[in-house]
Design a protein around this ligand. Structure first.
Ligand code: GTP
Length: 360
């Protein structure tokens, strides 16, 4: 038996207003919740039992996944009454684990799309007799991430959260949000208070002389933290650049779910996703965007690099670029919204040709 823990209890503030109604890991990425992509990949790597560490809107997960049998795993829910942070959430699932004290436990951040070799990471953890292994990926600009330099044998040297100066950028390896923990180590995380695994547990383990190793893998990796990342993840799944057993064999430039209606002369491109029951009107252009179920793009509208929530309406001739439209919101005809504009769920912008942009 191999057990995995998915940390899915965050508020997802950077993805508001999409996360006002749906927790980030349950937002449909190319029509499938990130959590489902992760469960499918974990299962492929031999995981049979998954514990979901929930806190924010836990019922959304249980209503969708049930006991996990539809997804080929046994699923258990560990819900925090108050959010305990990434480390506190890992400690909170300890009583739900059934593995032996020396067994490996896989732990995933619930908002990461990756193609890394999960089974290979577990095997390396065994080969190294490690206490904890961290999946590391390399990025061009590591400033927004936690840096994790390693020595020639793969032993982690330090943890440097969000470096600011050139001297602090000692490596391009970052914490990619998937760990293998020796089960017994989970029991020693402080209980009943918020704990950060990145800021407190990992540095503490290093200081205590634990064997902490890095598993560098240059396969596909994306953190779905911001709206731009979210549309990128959706695009990459649609075009097959991001691998997911939940969407096998993807190629092509767009994906239209059954029950959607797209006018013959509309243009879908750039990895666009069109959800069930969504409509795209005559002459509309949808480029690199994600239309959730029941969204409506009226004739002649132009939507680029944007997320349009469930049942939201984009009026005729409107122009949207880099925008998030919440569920059931209405963007009236002729409006122009660009660069980070966000329309809250249910809000209606009239037929006023407003031009709104933000630098966020
Ligand atoms: P932002 O508010 O936009 O930063 O998003 P977030 O709340 O998801 O935080 P972050 O991206 O840092 O979280 C990383 C992962 O840990 C996500 O999958 C979260 O769902 C999860 N997570 C964060 N905090 C908690 C918590 O207190 N409890 C649990 N169970 N999971 C958490």
């Amino acid at each position: 038996m191999l057990e995995a823990v998915l940390l899915v209890g965050g508020q997802g503030t950077r993805l508001r207003p999409l996360t006002v109604t749906t927790p980030k890991p349950m937002l449909p990425v190319a029509g499938v919740p990130c959590t489902e992509h992760q469960i499918a990949r974990a299962r492929e790597a031999g995981v049979t039992r998954v514990i979901l560490g929930t806190s924010y809107k836990p019922e959304v997960f249980s209503e969708y996944f049930g006991d996990g049998s539809r997804f080929g795993v046994e699923l258990v829910y560990a819900t925090e009454d108050v959010p305990l942070g990434t480390g506190g959430a890992i400690r909170h699932v300890a009583p739900y684990l059934e593995s032996d004290p020396d067994a490996p436990i896989l732990i995933f951040n619930g908002d990461v799309l990756s193609g890394h070799d999960i089974a290979g990471q577990v095997q390396r953890w065994r080969d190294d007799s490690a206490d904890v292994s961290l999946y590391l990926t390399r990025v061009d600009d590591p400033r927004a991430y936690g840096l994790v330099p390693t020595d020639a044998d793969g032993r982690v040297l330090s943890f440097l959260e969000k470096p600011t100066t050139a001297e602090e950028i000692v490596t391009d390896q970052i914490n990619a949000g998937c760990y293998v923990f020796r089960r017994s180590l989970i029991d020693v995380i402080p209980r009943g208070r918020p704990v950060s695994v990145e800021r407190e547990i990992f540095p503490g383990l290093l200081a205590a002389g634990a064997v902490v190793t890095g598993f560098v893998d240059d396969g596909y990796w994306l953190d779905l933290g911001t709206p731009l990342d979210f549309v990128k993840g959706s695009r990459d799944l649609v075009t097959g650049r991001a691998p997911s057993p939940a969407l096998p064999g993807r190629t092509g430039d767009f994906l239209v779910r059954p029950g959607a209606e797209v006018a013959d002369d509309a243009i879908l491109t750039g990895g666009t996703f069109v959800g069930a029951g969504a409509t795209v009107g005559s002459g509309a252009v949808v480029d690199g965007s994600s239309l959730f179920d029941g969204a409506m793009i009226a004739a002649g509208a132009h939507v680029r690099d944007s997320v349009i929530g469930s049942g939201a309406i984009v009026g005729a001739g409107a122009y949207l670029d880099g925008v998030v439209v919440g569920d059931r919101a209405v963007v009236g005809p002729g409006n122009e919204l660009i660069r980070g504009a966000r329309v809250w769920p249910g809000v209606a912008l009239g037929e006023t040709a407003v031009r709104f942009s933000s630098d966020r």
